[in-house]
Design a protein around this ligand. Sequence first.
Ligand code: ADP
Ligand code: MG
Length: 498
Amino acid sequence: MGKVAVGTAVVCAAAACVAAALVVRHRTRSSGKWGRATAIAKELEEQCWTPISKLRQVADALDVEMHAGLASEGGCKLKMLITYVDNLPSGDEKGLFYALDLGGTNFRTLRVHLGGKEKGVVKIESEEVSIPPHLMTGSSQELFDFIASKLAKFVSSEPEELHPPPGRQRELGFTFSFPVKQTSIASGTLIKWTKGFNIEDAVGEDVVGGLTKSLEKIGLDMRVAALVNDTVGTVARARFSNQDVIAGVILGTGTNAAYVECAHAIPKWQGLLPKSGEMVINMEWGNFCSSHLPLTEYDQALDAESLNPGEQIFEKIVSGMYLGDIVRRVLLKMAEEVDFFGDTVPPKLRIPFVLRTPDMSAMHHDTSSDLKVVGNKLKDILEINNTSLKTRKIVVELCDIVATRGARLSAAGIFSILKKIGRDTVKDGKKQKSVVALDGGLFEHYAKFRSSLESTLKELLGDEADETVGIEHSNDGSGIGAALLAASNSQYLGVQES
Ligand code: ADP
Ligand code: MG
């Protein structure tokens, strides 16, 4: 009995020893895990670091590229496209106009009733349709046929009292938010696709021609009066209500900006000087790239695996299509290299774009004490269960690093425009107001992104200029703005509107 007891004691002691050793080993491994995970996060933070001095360098580099793009066609990082918009809305526009907004994830059809200075935008009706993914990489005619059919359906819901009189065509502003070389206000050829679209036969073709063909095919008598970029629509929409607006910026699926340039400052412009002396320039700033941009291994991998490697680098570190995927890539590295989510790498984490920016934003804004939202998102999207608070905190930190970099770089972009047109400082005590209009899902819904952008812009401007520069949300600029530009380029201008 005693022998057995001794034996048992020995076995127990040995077991206790093994258990203790296992605990120690587990602790070392997990403290190693946290240490290494924190090191990966720290390294990311350092690589994404955007002190004001760096942002000024980025803004200076943008300024150089803006000048280059305005001087000549082709070969430039910034295309600085001439939009043929030289008469922005005055606020007097009246009548019923249609708009079609093809931007990325969805497209929308709008019916906009304009009531001039007195009544402003009287009524907007709109319908949103998501684009079936196969149409994003199919043929251009298929895409335009789809759009035309949805537009026709929308037009058929027009109340009878709003029907145009016999002989009068309906007019449409077409927002097409991809780089287009315009040949007039209502024509232009597609330079390249971005944001997940890739329809080869459309490149180099007239976008309005393609749409018009589809409209004719289904017998919809409608004239495209203006082909506009969403940034240009944003400027137009904001100008309708506020004449101090000088630029428009989109932060949505992609990112881009347009601004009002002095016609004399566009050496490549060969046409007659516009009466207004001004021309809206579509920068296509998503394609900006510079050695001053804080790029990481994750950005490089994302770019290499994208539909457009080497292109749209600024867009790939700033905009909504990509931010979530950058975070996913960092989490994947942590899972692979430090067993961040346990012994195996969660398979879902390997799926590109599975973690979308709205979900990243929801995690980033989680205010619950146990970061419940983060836990649920990890479970629902990545099938990672039972995450600890410590794990969730690191995930939030990654979201913060990636979003802050994007927001601060966007502010640097806005600052570079202000600088280019001399609105970044108060000159001779003259407090000329400048307003930048912003739109897009990322700006609208990602509160921490937006507040970081706003505070960074203040920092860049300093106290004095901050008083004269304002930013505002130009709600639905890409839709309403296109209708406004259709109005200011109507073939019936001068004809009495009701
Ligand atoms: P588009 O740029 O395609 O015209 P939007 O301006 O509506 O469309 O922007 C949509 C993009 O905005 C989405 O792809 C997404 O990245 C981003 N977004 C939408 N909602 C949120 C959100 N709640 N938080 C962060 N980003 C969001
Ligand atoms: Mg849009």
